[in-house]
Structures are given as C-alpha cells and as structure tokens.
Design a protein. Structure first.
Ligand code: NAD
Length: 309
C-alpha cells in the first residue's frame, strides 16, 4: 500500500503518522511518502530520523521529498494535509486563490503520476473547495475516489451527545454532518435518536469547535484531526458496518443539492474503498434551511475560484 501524506512536516502529520504505522489498517505494510515544500525539508529530515528510531511495525519503506513526481508516482492513497494557512488579515478570496494554485498542481500530479485507482482524502482547509479543485485537475480519476474530511466534526458531535445528553459512545451511530466544513456545517442526530433535539447552542458548539481549540492551543486541532483521519480511511477501506457516516463527496443529484461540488453527506462505506451516498433520509425543515445556508457558502467559495480553472 503506497500512501502519500502531503504537509508531512506539519502538526497533523506528526500525530497521524504513528497512528497509521502502528496498527494493521490495510492488512499490509505501508510504503510511506512524505511531501512538503523545499523550505521544510530539514524539518522533514528530522521527522524521518524519528521514524527510523520508532521502528514502526507496519512501515515498509519511507521517502521524504519536495518533488511532485517522486511523491505522487504510483500511489494508492493520498492524504492531502498541506495547504496555505489563513494568515491574520487575509480575505477568504485570497486564501482560496492561494490554495487554488497548490491544489491545481497537486491534482495535475495525481492525474499524471498516481495509479488511476488512487483514493484521495483532502483535509487542508478550505477543505471542500480544495477537494473540488484537486478533482477538477484529475480528469482521469473518478470523482468518487475523492473525499473531503468531515469525520472530526462527526466525532465532535458524538462527544457532545455523550457529554450533554448522556449517550454511550458505543451506542452512537448514524449521526451526520451536512454541508461545508466551516462555521456553517450542520450537525444532525435525528437518524440516531429522534427524541434528542439539538438546540442552537449545540449547533454552534459543533460549528465553532475548531475555532475554540485554536483559541486555547494557539494551533489548530492536530491530535483529534489525526484520529478522525484514521477512522475515515479505516471505514472507507473496511466498510462502516451498515452505519451511516459523514464524508464530503462529489454530489450528483442527492437531496436536490446543487451538482458539481463536494458536500458533506451521509454515506455507507463498504469494503475496499467503496461507498454509497444515502440519499433517502428525511430532513426536517430547520435542518434543511441550515444546510441550504452552508451549501450557499460553498457555492460562493467555488464561484471565487472558478474563473481560475
Ligand atoms: P501545519 O501548518 O502544521 O502543516 C502544514 C504543512 O503543509 C506545513 O509543513 C507546510 O509546509 C506544508 N505545505 C504547505 N504547502 C504545501 C504544498 N504545496 N505541498 C506540500 N506541503 C505543503 O498545519 P496542520 O495543523 O498540520 O493542518 C494541515 C491542514 O489541515 C490545514 O489546512 C488545516 O487548516 C487543516 N485542518 C483541517 C481540519 C478539518 O477538520 N478539515 C482539521 C484540522 C486542520
């Protein structure tokens, strides 16, 4: 299993790599490639030294590089963590355009060098739009091979159910995050327990949890992000056992949402990186209104970069 992690010198990667290499997720050892930009190569060499000293059981080989061809050639799975961060005072449009350049180049590299069967998980923010850009520049790879990351938001929602509504983690299932991964995302527990009605404060807690972590840690979520990434790829690879989970997926026509965007939606995953969108759930009117707001925001993000295609 040849796995590429971009942003390999960053903080999520530092939490993710030990989780990825210390359990037998893919029933085989991993050929790991870490990509970062040239100025971070020294830091990446330090990560490599630590990997050597860790002797992880499921690491078969390791390459660190800043070269796209080396990074993307023949990979089976790409976990895209590397992106341009939002700097103080930066407008959303500037952030989107900076990331457009990165994901245009990486989408093209996927298309040119990766296996056509490659699976791609985009984590770098703004994640739904970055996933859309990557997909646009990889016409040889089916859109369903791309997913954007919502699993951390789902885990945050599961924690809220335990903490506030006294639910047991092992009982919680079929909870959904809808829309754009941003402060407009929409948590929905109605398919888990229709008696639990999330109030506005619950919704806001989930929408702003990432920002709350940044406020305290002065850094964005990394441990929890890594944990959710492992759950996302494990369920994508092995299946979700009939449980509904949330992936950002390419929308064709589910729920009459606009087409041609990556929207966080309910899916069931099956073995060997297959999944299907669950497109027949009831959505109450309050939830639907919130989802429409989130999708409108996503549409605006795409509008801001579409002219660059
Ligand atoms: P970080 O700043 O610690 O690391 C990012 C790394 O990416 C850096 O080493 C940087 O040099 C590298 N990078 C930048 N441009 C690159 C490129 N073109 N090619 C390869 N590498 C490149 O950030 P982090 O905390 O690890 O977070 C990574 C991303 O994940 C951020 O965009 C963050 O906003 C996002 N994130 C998303 C979620 C989510 O739930 N979707 C949660 C947490 C973080």
């Amino acid at each position: 299993m040849k796995v590429l992690i971009t942003g390999g010198a960053g903080q999520i990667a530092y939490s993710l790599i030990p989780l990825l290499l210390s359990s037998n997720i893919f029933n085989t050892k991993i050929d790991l490639i870490l990509l970062d930009i040239e100025p971070c190569m020294e830091k990446l060499e330090g990560v490599k030294m630590e990997l050597e000293d860790s002797n992880f059981e499921y690491l078969n080989s390791l390459i660190i590089t800043s070269d796209l061809k080396t990074a993307f050639s023949d990979i089976d799975l790409a976990i895209l963590l590397g992106g341009f961060p939002r700097l103080p005072g930066m407008e959303r449009k500037d952030l989107l355009e900076k990331n457009f350049e990165i994901f245009k180049i990486q989408g093209t590299a996927l298309n040119d060098y990766a296996k056509p069967s490659v699976k791609v998980l985009v984590v770098a923010n703004p994640v739904n739009t970055n996933c859309w850009i990557t997909n646009k520049f990889s016409p040889n790879i089916p859109s369903e091979n791309f997913t954007s990351y919502s699993y951390l938001d789902q885990e945050r929602l599961a924690y809220l159910l335990q903490n506030k509504y006294n639910q047991r983690y092992e009982d919680i299932k079929n909870i959904i995050i809808w829309g754009n991964h941003s402060s407009t995302m929409v948590p929905d527990v109605s398919n888990y327990n229709s008696e639990i009605k999330l109030d506005n404060s619950d919704i806001s807690t989930i929408q702003n949890r990432g920002a709350s972590v940044i406020e305290k840690r002065k850094l964005s979520s990394a441990m929890s992000a890594a944990n959710g990434i492992i759950k996302h790829i494990t369920k994508w690879f092995h299946g979700s056992d009939d449980e509904i989970i949330s992936f950002g997926v390419y929308n064709t026509n589910s729920y009459k949402f606009p087409e041609d965007m990556f929207i966080s939606m309910p899916v069931k995953a099956y073995e060997n990186f297959k999944y299907s969108v669950i497109d027949d759930l009831e959505i109450d009117s309050k939830t639907r209104t919130l989802i429409d707001i989130s999708i409108k925001e996503l549409k605006e993000e795409i509008y801001l970069v579409k002219h660059l295609l």
